[in-house]
Design a protein around this ligand. Structure first.
Ligand SMILES: *Cc1c(COP(=O)(O)O)cnc(C)c1O
Length: 392
């Protein structure tokens, strides 16, 4: 490769419409923010930006939690950070598993040497609160872990009952908000969620690379009273809070440009307003669903518990899963997701997250599917979606 090839390489990246399970499209203002000059990780201007980011994050999370900041890595690091700081060997941990990401939590609990108790639910259905109650009665659980929006199935889990049960049993409630944050209300404090983590690249509208986390004072106290050392240096909240808190002690070099990005993304969220943003996710997912159903594509997730930002659908009989997704990508520049785990080859996962959640996305995808799928009347799906918009 000569220098001119190298120079051209980034200009050859196609401009995709990202309608998969994440990342979503990054708004131009966020990309511009990332292009700002580099700063040192203790530069007063950067420290100010960190404080502002923490405040903005508290707003989206709906919390007063002091310990609320972005961990320097993707959503899975937030998962690992929350778990490895709270779990000591032998601790009894309940994990709700009704999809791929619940199973990942269970995996990490074992790696942290926690004593794992799984509450299982069918893929595509919510976790039954009664099953959680039974498990809480059977074991002396320190934490109940659950996924809010299970991206592998498109299920949005109701949390109120489970939160009340955890409180009654003196267990912490730890919630995966990776896909939900910024797309549906999360409200940590009002919902009694003690610990939560998320990511930048789904409904917050940033590029992948940071994982906002939040710990209640009660959770922080538990971390400080640990008898054993936190196994991870990089994710040690006591050390990290010395950098994000008043002390400003070096721990690792903050990914500066990523922090510019999350700061700008959160400002966009604030400018739009949370209520408006949640409404936008609801509206476009309804229009998408109406369009898909009009051409015989059915949703999988349990009715009444569908996550607006991630629509999982059954692939119609006789349709070539990989072939259609490849043509969508190559001919229409549209990415959608395939099935994960038990849904592999059986489901498509269509994301309408953050910047990607727009009418233009819905219409472009539906008309592409009208072109690509056999026996579909042109404009049938687009017109069904337009009806939803017209009723707005
Ligand atoms: C995407 C996702 C994760 C993992 O986040 P990464 O940023 O890919 O590490 C965890 N949980 C849920 C529910 C997700 O959708």
């Amino acid at each position: 490769m000569n220098t001119s090839d190298f120079k051209n390489s980034s200009q050859q990246i196609p401009n995709r419409l990202l309608l998969g399970p994440g990342p979503s499209n990054t708004p131009p203002r966020v990309l511009t923010a990332m292009n700002q000059p580099m700063l040192g990780y203790l530069d007063p201007v950067f420290l100010e930006l960190m404080d502002e980011t923490m405040e903005l994050l508290r707003g989206v999370f709906g919390t007063e939690n002091q310990l609320t900041f972005p961990v320097s890595a993707t959503g899975s690091a937030g998962m690992e950070a929350t778990l490895c700081n709270l779990i000591e060997p032998g601790d009894e941990i309940i994990v709700c598993v009704n999809g791929f990401f619940g199973a990942r939590i269970a995996d990490i609990v074992k790696r942290c040497r926690g004593k794992l108790h799984v509450v299982e639910g069918d893929w595509g259905n919510i976790i039954d609160p009664e099953d959680v109650e039974n498990k809480l009665n059977a074991v002396n659980a320190k934490i109940v872990c659950i996924v809010h929006a299970e991206t592998s199935t498109g299920v949005l889990q109701p949390l109120d009952d489970i939160s009340a049960m955890a409180k009654r049993n003196d267990a912490l409630l730890l919630v995966d908000c990776v896909t939900s944050l910024g797309g549906v209300p999360v409200n940590l404090d009002a919902s009694g969620i003690d610990v939560a983590y998320s990511c930048t690249q789904k409904c917050l509208g940033g590029p992948p690379g940071l994982s906002p986390v939040s710990f209640s004072d009660r959770a922080v106290e538990i971390i400080h009273k640990r008898k054993t050392e936190i196994q991870s240096f990089y994710l040690d909240m006591r050390l990290l809070s010395n950098y994000w808190g008043k002390e400003r002690v070096y721990h690792h070099t903050a990914p500066i440009s990523m922090n510019y990005a999350i700061n700008e993304a959160l400002k966009l969220v604030e400018e739009e307003g949370l209520t408006q943003r949640y409404h936008r996710h609801q509206l476009h997912s309804q229009a998408l669903a109406a369009g898909l159903e009009s051409i015989g594509i059915e949703r999988i997730a349990q009715e009444g518990h569908r996550a607006p930002m991630l629509t999982s659908v059954s692939i119609p009989d006789g349709v070539d899963d990989a072939g259609i997704r490849r043509r969508l990508l190559e001919e229409y520049n549209i990415e959608i997701g395939g099935g994960l785990g038990v849904f592999k080859g059986k489901a498509w996962r269509i994301g309408l997250m953050g910047e990607s959640c727009r009418k233009e996305s819905v219409i472009r995808l539906l008309s592409a599917l009208e072109d690509l799928l056999p026996d579909v009347t042109q404009l049938a799906a687009v017109e069904a979606a337009e009806k939803v918009y017209a009723a707005e």
